[in-house]
Design a protein around this ligand. Structure first.
Ligand code: AMP
Length: 194
């Protein structure tokens, strides 16, 4: 089993790269943002609650997100492994995640950190907002808030993982072509066969 955490700010290309990895390595893609958006479009209680935070560019509370992740993991019993996109995003989520994985006898195999400058992130997110209609990508203030939230609450996870799992953290320059980046990731993942 290969379990990959794709780590990086909003707009760094996590979703795009996750799609490539899923195809090449036959992993199961878990994006907490996608699951929240699905719940919003299906008008579930969880969706309504999550939307209150998402539309402002804030993080959904940890416990809600952790419970959601746990349910999602339980729903896939037969897989080569998982690619986690947008989770964990806070230290409490990372701690809860590590406890959860232990109980399932699972391990994180790779943490891929996509590095992109703030100006480029804003440019990409606003463009995505125009193309996809995603609400939280359309307003520059909300986009900048999401990047601030990332800096304050999520970016510390890189040091956290460098401290806990130094041998499996890989930083990648995310301001190159999609293909160059996916080739780099593929080379990293090929160093371990499931
Ligand atoms: P994403 O699609 O990953 O950019 O996530 C979109 C939004 O969903 C974020 O701005 C948060 O409001 C919420 N979200 C997604 N994943 C998480 C998470 N792990 N923890 C808290 N909120 C999250």
């Amino acid at each position: 089993m290969i379990n990959v955490i794709l780590f990086g700010p909003p707009g760094s290309g996590k979703g795009t790269q996750a799609d490539f990895i899923v195809k090449r390595n036959h992993l199961t893609h878990i994006s907490t943002g996608d699951i929240f958006r699905k719940n919003i479009s299906q008008k579930t209680n969880l969706g309504q609650l999550a939307n209150e935070y998402m539309k402002k560019g804030q993080l959904v509370p940890d416990q809600l997100t952790i419970d959601l992740l746990e349910n999602e993991l339980d729903s896939f019993s037969d897989t080569n492994g998982f690619i986690f996109d947008g989770f964990p995003r806070t230290i409490p989520q990372a701690d809860a995640f590590s406890t959860l994985l232990k109980t399932k006898n699972m391990f994180v195999s790779f943490i891929i950190s996509l590095e992109v400058s703030e100006n480029e992130l804003v440019r990409r997110l606003l463009r995505r907002g125009l193309e996809s209609g995603r609400e939280d990508d359309q307003n520059e203030e909300i986009v900048r808030n999401r990047i601030q939230v990332y800096e304050k609450q999520t970016s510390v996870l890189k040091a956290y993982y460098l401290n806990h799992l130094p041998n499996i953290v890989f930083s990648i320059d995310g301001e190159r072509t999609i293909e160059q980046i996916s080739n780099d990731i593929s080379n990293i993942l090929s160093t371990k066969q499931g």
